[in-house]
Design a binder for this molecule. Structure first.
Ligand code: EPU
Length: 337
């Protein structure tokens, strides 16, 4: 079933809590609904708005926003301890993690408490604490706007990278994700190697699924602001990937600068944008109604009533200060509309 809204406020539909309006917004359940919505050809401007957790509206949206609301989790089968499930695009990602933990299924517990919907997970290949959505995604089901037909893409064709996928590039504006098939495991596979995870898990009595989920939730809650209280979109910037030589030069000057290997990119290294912003003196910095979060410099916060334009201007200032100090460009992870 389709529910349509016209000239509707987006304030409750974006985690930054900025007040903009959409000319038209349709909540849809399935590909049939999309066929109806795109029946007379695609509108000039449209885009998918899932949970609105990774988006910054800087103006009113004069096209059609599409929000998936189907929230089924369907087991597809089990073989040799591997369980395959289909997750509708509208399922809250963290509800899926809780479902997996309750069913004793391993694979996404490190991705606890990431805000957003399952349909958005493959788009930016969400990741945290040494795990990424691509580690479990088998297939992505989608509606193709040009042909008005459905199609399925295997993970191998999704071109997953660090916060990257084909859905941000070749397929951008061409498909709507309707469901994602993922693969979970009955065999315990704790991944505790990142930061404080192991310590927090041990403090809870060892590496059970429930303890890992609770440890990750505790770590995130301690560092990241709750969007229900303070408008934000998680990491506003991506960690920059640079040539090894650049990383080495910076390391010579800043010996405590974190440098990580850049998976799948030989000769390149990943730096920590949060560290760069912090060392540029901006952690906790505020200007007007926008600030850098006090406990995690990667996160920009709406201090109350900020417009998307104000957040964007502030983000440009942060980028300029990091560039001035380190000569490094940091790109936004958040989609700017
Ligand atoms: N750091 C600072 N100051 C800060 C923030 C970080 O010095 O204010 C340093 C930390 O001490 C650490 C390094 O920078 O040495 C990296 O920080 P952290 O481990 O907190 O992770 P991150 O690289 O900042 C990434 C993801 C997060 C994810 C965490 C945990 C990106 C852009 N962000 O952050 O994802 O939760 O790792 O795995 O890749 C998100 O995408 O919204 C998000 C929160």
């Amino acid at each position: 079933m389709i529910r349509e809204f016209h000239q509707t406020s987006l304030r409750g539909r974006n985690s930054f809590g900025v007040e903009q309006h959409a000319a038209r917004l349709a909540e849809f359940e399935n590909a049939e609904d999309l066929r109806t919505l795109f029946g007379n050809g695609a509108p000039e401007r449209w885009c998918v708005l899932g949970g609105g957790n990774n988006i910054l509206f800087t103006r009113d949206y004069d096209g059609l926003l599409l929000t998936p609301v189907c929230r089924q989790i369907t087991p597809l089968g089990e073989a040799d301890g591997t369980v395959r499930i289909r997750v509708d695009a509208g399922v809250e990602w963290d509800d899926l993690v809780e479902w997996a933990v309750q069913h004793g299924l391993w694979g996404i517990e490190n991705l606890s408490l990431i805000p957003g919907t399952a349909g958005a997970a493959p788009v930016q290949n969400i990741g945290a604490y040494g795990c990424e959505a691509k580690d479990v995604i088998e297939q992505v089901h989608m509606f193709c706007v040009d042909s008005r037909s459905t199609a399925t893409l295997d993970a191998a064709h999704c071109c997953f990278g660090y916060r990257e996928s084909v859905f941000k590039h070749e397929l951008r504006g061409r498909v709507v994700i309707t469901a994602v098939d993922i693969r979970l495991s009955r065999t315990p596979r704790p991944r505790l190697g990142y930061g404080d995870v192991e310590r927090e898990v041990e403090a809870r009595g060892g590496a059970t699924l429930r303890n890992i989920r609770e440890a990750i939730c505790a770590i995130r809650r301690a560092k990241l602001p709750d969007p229900k209280v303070t408008g934000n979109a998680g990491s506003f910037f991506k960690n920059p990937v640079v040539d090894q030589s650049v990383a080495q030069q910076l390391r010579a000057e800043w010996p405590d600068m974190p440098v990580y290997p850049a998976a799948g990119a030989p000769g390149r290294a990943k730096l920590a944008a949060g560290w760069l912003i912090d060392k540029a003196g901006l952690k906790g910095y505020k200007s007007g109604r926008v600030g850098v979060h006090e406990r995690q410099a990667l996160v920009l916060v709406n201090l109350g009533g900020a417009t998307g334009g104000e957040v964007l201007d502030f983000a440009h200032m942060v980028q300029a200060r990091v560039h001035e100090k380190f000569g490094i460009e940091i790109d936004t992870e958040v989609n700017i509309l």
